[in-house]
Write a protein that binds this ligand. Structure first.
Ligand code: PEP
Length: 251
């Protein structure tokens, strides 16, 4: 049985104090960690306050990106070693906004995935096609390429711990959700790719989230699908009540 993982991606929203207050308000309402993994993905500057507020509560804290080197002349970057030092356990890698606006590539995602494992952090690797690719029937081949390149060179044990977020770009922040069947078909294809690339054990163990306009009103149906093990949620994770409902749906 794969434990559902519900992650709220705040993107570049909230001031650090508001983020900390959010966590202080929701942390006692979250279901037990045995039932569902809840994660908040926050801007770097929030992270020290959040890891402190999350201590002893069933919620993990994620960075939304990182560099792959531990230190060096990379002005403006934050390293995996720095994140681990402040007790960050997860990192979102290759979000489509970073791929589109900040030049993230499959190769840099792969370097970052390996760096996350070097520092015992769980990578949440985002993949997903554009509307044009979907209309040209390129969804499966494009997502397959992203998954293979992002996880290249991992051991089976590492691959099992990766979380993949399948997020069709056309559904992010648009209010358009893939139907649960459409989302599940791609997640099932990803699982097949993992089976062919690694092993059946990896494909059975790895968790695949769906992301793209998920909200309390549609999460149950998405999570009822055979190959969807959670959700990566942007807009609907910004409100406390809504975040708690989303996590409860996973429990
Ligand atoms: C996201 O930020 O990854 C996302 C899926 O956003 P939204 O839920 O707002 O579509």
């Amino acid at each position: 049985m794969r434990k559902p993982i519900i992650a709220g991606n705040w993107k570049m929203n909230k001031l650090a104090g508001d983020g900390a207050r959010f966590l202080l308000n929701v942390r006692e309402q979250l279901p037990e960690a045995e039932k569902v993994e809840a994660v908040v993905c926050a801007p770097y500057i929030h992270l020290p306050l959040l890891t402190e507020a999350a201590r002893d509560f069933p919620v993990g804290i994620a960075a939304q990106n990182m560099h792959f080197e531990d230190s060096g002349a990379f002005t403006g970057e934050v390293s995996p070693e720095m994140l681990k030092d402040i007790l960050v356990d997860y990192v979102v890698l290759g979000h489509s906004e970073r791929r589109e606006m900040f030049g993230e590539t499959d190769e840099s995602v792969n370097q970052k995935v390996k760096a996350a494992f070097n520092h015992e952090m769980t990578p949440i690797v985002c993949v997903g096609e554009s509307l044009e690719q979907r209309e040209n029937n390129e969804t499966f081949t494009f997502v397959e390429k992203q998954v293979k390149a992002g996880l290249a060179g991992l051991t089976e044990e590492q691959a099992k711990q990766v979380v993949i977020a399948y997020e069709p770009i056309w559904a992010i922040g648009t209010g358009k959700t893939a139907t649960s069947e459409e989302a599940n078909d791609v997640c099932a294809h990803i699982r097949q790719v993992l089976k062919d690339t690694f092993s059946e054990d990896v494909s059975e163990a790895i968790r695949i989230q769906y992301g793209g306009s998920v909200k309390p009103a549609n999460i149950d149906e998405l999570l009822s699908q055979s190959d969807i093990d959670g959700a990566l949620v942007g807009g609907a994770s910004l409100e406390e009540d809504s975040f708690v409902k989303l996590v409860e749906a996973g429990a």
